[in-house]
Design a protein around this ligand. Structure first.
Ligand code: PLP
Length: 376
């Protein structure tokens, strides 16, 4: 269906930070899907885990136990901060759907509203679309499910003004990704945590784009020294294999009873085997530290490029604000030159390379981008 514009290139192969198209042309990938292939394309450890699991066991339904999902859940729980439980699903939107349903079940009668921020992005299902604070995306799909409220981003007072007894949860990204790579302030996240504690409201953090090392910490909220009640992840968890997860504090997760929520594929052995391998490589490579160092190099390099007015973001989730509304033309010229980036807004490019990107590749990418900025 025509839900995306016509694709400019057909990719047929990937390895690490490299991609090849159907004519054999080679590219440097500074987009990683959309912040998905954090370990690069076809990481050998992940590929081997998938091949081995495909021969051992693919699926048995969630009526029966398998071993891998619980291992992945234990690792995620440890990285988030401990004391929680995990529900597995297949995407970021589904992880947020789980969070929204959990907030409603936890909140009880009359307490069901999820407050989120303008500029946010939480998914494309009807509920997560309404949680997404971009009214232009809502128009064609009314009526959307009830129970969502939007407040100004990065503004504790605006949130406070929107909280009444019907609010069960606040849902925020630590860095608004699709909304333009807008980083939350520490003061904001700490203020939201305080408000949620005072009012007995859940603080739910959408780490679908920011999670698993990309920002220079395991999770974006860890930059702000707060602990959320619910955390959602997807994208990088499978390094390209569809898997999502919703983590919640054990007392919050306990609101769900058998039958409240379910999924045929969530946590199935193939996706879980990918996630187990991804997390093992991520811990071995200490990807948050790598993302922080590589992010610093990329940020400094971008700042020095003629035509770049500002660089925003954390770690290896960056936006380069250009000197005019020419991000589409620059992204197209970069692709022509052999560099994959995307136009995040009319005037900003998104850069989200693999967390294993090398210094040489960063320098090469900066050179290709300089070329594109000069020709577009
Ligand atoms: N939440 C955030 C912060 C995202 O960036 C995205 C996707 O870009 C989603 C949720 C939706 O994830 P998915 O496309 O896997 O449903």
């Amino acid at each position: 269906m025509p839900t995306y514009p016509d694709p400019p290139v057909t990719f047929v192969r990937g390895a690490g930070s490299r991609l090849w198209d159907d004519s054999g042309k080679r590219y440097l990938d500074f987009l990683s899907g959309l912040a998905v292939t954090s370990l690069g394309h076809c990481h050998p450890v992940v590929a081997a885990a998938l091949a081995a699991q495909a021969r051992r066991l693919l699926h048995v339904s969630n009526l029966f136990a398998t071993t891998i999902g619980s291992e992945v859940a234990a690792t995620l729980d440890r990285l988030v901060g401990g004391g929680g439980q995990v529900f597995f699903c297949n995407s970021g939107a589904e992880a947020n759907e789980c969070a929204i349903k959990l907030a409603r079940k936890w909140g009880g009668h009359g307490r069901y509203v999820v407050a989120s921020a303008y500029g946010s992005f939480h998914g494309r299902t009807l509920a997560t679309l309404h949680a997404t604070g971009q009214p232009s995306k809502h128009e064609a799909f009314q009526p959307l499910p009830e129970g969502f409220r939007h407040v100004a981003w990065n503004d504790v007072a605006a949130l406070e003004g929107a909280l009444d007894p019907s609010v069960a949860a606040v849902l925020l990204e630590p860095v608004q990704g699709e909304g333009g790579i807008q980083v939350a302030s520490e003061e904001y996240f700490r203020g939201v945590r305080r408000l949620c504690d005072e009012r007995g409201i859940l603080f739910m953090v959408d780490e679908v784009q920011t999670g698993l090392g990309r920002t220079g910490e395991w999770f974006g909220f860890q930059h702000f020294a707060v602990q959320p009640d619910v955390v959602t992840v997807a994208k990088a968890l499978g390094n390209g294999v569809p898997i999502g997860a919703c983590w919640a504090r054990r007392e919050v997760a306990a609101a769900f009873e058998p039958g409240d929520h379910a999924t045929t594929y969530g946590g199935q052995p193939l996706a879980a085997a990918a996630a187990r391998a991804v997390l093992a490589v991520m811990e071995m490579e200490d990807v948050p530290v790598r993302a922080a160092a590589a992010g610093h190099r990329l940020r400094e390099g971008l700042r020095a490029l003629p035509g770049v007015r500002e660089v925003r973001g954390l770690g290896l989730l960056l936006a380069a604000e250009l000197d005019g509304p020419r991000a589409g033309a620059v992204a197209a010229a970069a692709l022509e030159a052999g560099l994959v980036v995307n136009a995040l807004t009319p005037s900003a490019l998104r850069l989200a390379p693999s967390l294993l990107v090398t210094d040489n590749q960063i320098d090469e990418g900066l050179g290709l981008l300089a070329e594109a900025l000069a020709t577009a």
